[in-house]
Design a binder for this molecule. Structure first.
Ligand SMILES: [Zn+2]
Length: 118
């Protein structure tokens, strides 16, 4: 029996209180549709100049695991909405919620930028 308010993770099917369980071994990116991850990365990659990439990279290096936490409520939601206004809607996330994947998309866009500029 699952406790009230909890659901099964759409990726690994284990019980979670959130839209996605966010466990270390739960591969939400791997559960995305073919080409969806790359398409989301490309939206961020196309929007930003070097200055933006640089400032995110600094934040990521400073706190690789939690760099986005303090920024989620304003900056992060703006970034998530940027995906939506570019036609990348919540149904592209296996959990049905872009909040669960936008950070990974941003991290991959920054990595792509860093790889391209070396
Ligand atoms: Zn899961």
């Amino acid at each position: 029996m699952t406790k009230e308010g909890s659901v099964n993770c759409p990726v690994c099917e284990r019980t979670t209180d959130m839209s996605w369980c966010a466990r270390e071994d739960c591969d939400i990116i791997g559960a995305m549709g073919e080409g969806d991850f790359e398409a989301g990365v490309q939206i961020f990659f196309d929007q930003w100049d070097d200055e933006v990439f640089q400032s995110i990279e600094v934040a990521m290096v400073t706190d690789p695991k939690n760099w986005w936490v303090g920024a989620h409520l304003w900056w992060g939601m703006r970034m998530r909405n940027m995906l939506r206004t570019n036609g990348f809607l919540d149904d592209r996330s296996p959990s049905g919620n872009l909040d669960d994947i936008y950070v990974e998309l941003i991290e991959a866009a920054v990595k792509k930028w860093a790889d391209d500029s070396t």
